[in-house]
Design a protein around this ligand. Structure first.
Ligand SMILES: Nc1ncnc2c1ncn2[C@@H]1O[C@H](COP(=O)(O)OP(=O)(O)OP(=O)(O)O)[C@@H](O)[C@H]1O
Length: 259
């Protein structure tokens, strides 16, 4: 099920360093939201706060509020591991477990959660997740081969299959195509368009054309200078951000004048 995210005045810290300041935004369900902005403006940091991955670093913390369909994911009673199941993440470099087969990779989330499932349930999960990641046809005859035997683009779709296997509500993608060739990039972009039917998708990208192609809404982050916190400068429909932004800095960034 796809869920909405509401951030209210969210600050994200590394120890004493305030990396991202005062983000208030609603990320829509069943939509793709892109985060863009120059290097170091806090896109990845903010994204990692959305599934409580940020706090795994020593001293890293957040203040403010973050709600998933109205439930506070930073409530002390909430288990961060549960949050990370509901809000899955796909990384810049495809990271299948190298010693595991394709099938085992898809099921890795279940294994980590300690779930006991029958062989036929596992078969269903594997097929559903690989179909959902547009990879089934390419791998159905070699599910027992290592995940590392796939091409880079296939490995990234395998990581997406691993993420959707546990039925998350939200999928976070941190520059998921930056290590891929143009054909594999297209396959992942097509997949993103399909994923939004069922999931809330958030993507960090440096590629303006990609943000324009795949996202419904775009948030532009910026920093005033080194050592200053990143801020959400403008957030709107993607067409508005690219064609008619309010802020001069957004206009300069999307037109390639800085960053
Ligand atoms: N582990 C860390 N410890 C301390 N500071 C960090 C850490 N990771 C990132 N930062 C700092 O937080 C700020 C935001 O970094 P972040 O990686 O989120 O930016 P970004 O917009 O995603 O950049 P890029 O586009 O280059 O990936 C930067 O000043 C960065 O140096």
């Amino acid at each position: 099920m796809s869920k909405r995210i509401d951030a209210k005045d969210l600050n994200v810290y590394y120890g004493d360093f305030l990396a991202v300041e005062g983000v208030t935004m609603t990320i829509d369900a069943q939509a793709v939201t892109a985060f863009i902005g120059p290097s170091g403006c806090g896109k990845t940091t903010f994204m990692r706060s959305l599934n409580r991955m940020h706090e795994v670093l020593p001293g890293a913390r957040v203040s403010g509020q973050l709600m998933l369909d109205g439930d506070d994911i930073y409530d002390p009673a909430v288990d961060p591991v549960t949050v990370r199941t509901m809000v899955g993440m796909v990384f810049q470099r495809a990271n299948p477990f190298p010693t595991m087969s394709i099938r085992e990779n898809v099921l890795a989330g279940y294994k980590l959660n300690g779930a006991r499932i029958s062989r036929s349930e596992a078969d269903d999960i594997v097929e559903r997740a690989l179909r959902g990641a547009n990879l089934w046809k390419e791998v159905e005859s070699r599910l027992d081969k290592p995940g590392s035997s796939l091409s880079g683009g296939q490995q990234q779709r395998l990581c997406i299959a691993r993420t959707i296997a546990v039925k998350p509500d939200v999928i976070l993608m941190d520059e998921p195509c930056s290590a891929l060739d143009p054909i594999s990039t297209l396959a992942v972009e097509d997949l993103i368009a399909e994923l939004k039917q069922e999931y809330t998708v958030v993507i960090v990208t440096h590629n303006m054309q990609q943000a324009a192609r795949v996202s419904d809404k775009t948030g532009f982050f910026n920093i005033a200078g080194t050592g200053k916190p990143g801020k959400l400068v403008e957030y709107d429909d993607t067409s508005t951000i690219f064609n008619n932004p309010r802020d001069q800095a957004t206009e300069d960034y999307v037109s390639g004048r800085f960053g």
